[in-house]
Design a protein around this ligand. Sequence first.
Ligand code: ZN
Length: 110
Amino acid sequence: MKFYRCEVCGLVLEEGQLEENCPKCGAPKEKFIELDPEASEKHVRSEFTNDLHVQLIHLCEKLEHVAEAGINDNLDPSCVKIFVRTKAYSKLLKQLAKAELAGHITKGKW
Ligand SMILES: [Zn+2]
């Protein structure tokens, strides 16, 4: 499968998705350059992992909501302690996943 990157905004599309203009920035079709085989492989290989990171971020957000509900419920100190830890860990995991995605983008892995 061939992939093309918009030289103006960086959007990557499959050959069949190309339109007269970039759907993101409006640049003409001629601004799309074909990815070399290595860059194409990176794009394909990283797509699944990037989707997993996005799912992880959503799960962390759900965990934060559960933790906040537990903190607000305030049944007893040992429960609150677990929920406070959960909130802190989920925030950390979410930031780690975001940082990893940001790193992927700078390395062309998206
Ligand atoms: Zn573009």
